[in-house]
Design a protein around this ligand. Structure first.
Ligand code: FES
Length: 155
């Protein structure tokens, strides 16, 4: 996978859109996980696990962490959906989450929510907004992000 840089006027002034992957990297009605690094306020880098669901032209992003136990949902890599393919599911406990809202509908965390991550599709790339990610993660994993600063910003 070769993420590319995308620019778009929908990116908030001074904000950064991180290209996570291309739309074509996630088939419609599927979900995929990304193991990234986030830069915290103190400058340290921390794991940032993201799950993206694609439904046609719509994309939904959540932190890949169950609200009840703090673990990843995909106990088998990239197995995020329930057998019907219409909910996110914890692979260990079977908790079910609504695709569009991240609300837990059934399971030990019923009534809680996955943490949403704002996504935007820019030039056919799925980009994450509102987070600060470490760029060019240099490990053996295929996940890697690039960013596009709003260089036209005046202030
Ligand atoms: S870790 Fe929360 S339902 Fe499985």
């Amino acid at each position: 996978m070769e993420p590319s840089i995308a620019e778009d006027e929908t990116v908030p002034q001074g904000g950064v859109a991180y290209v996570i992957c291309s739309m074509s990297d996630i088939p419609s009605q599927r979900a995929r996980g990304f193991e990234l690094m986030q830069v915290a306020e103190d400058g340290t880098e921390q794991p940032f696990n993201l799950v993206i669901v694609r439904w046609g032209r719509q994309v939904f992003g959540y932190v890949n962490r169950c609200p009840h136990d703090g673990v990843k949902l995909d106990w088998e890599r990239n197995q995020f959906l329930d057998p019907n393919g219409i909910r996110l599911m914890c692979g260990k406990h079977g908790a079910l989450f609504e695709l569009g809202t991240g609300a837990c509908l059934e399971g030990p965390c019923k009534g809680k929510n996955l943490v949403p991550v704002t996504l935007s599709v820019i030039d056919n790339d799925i980009c994450a907004l509102g987070v600060t990610l470490a760029e060019d993660v240099d490990d053996d994993d295929e996940d890697e992000v690039t960013s596009c600063s709003d260089e036209g910003g005046g202030v």
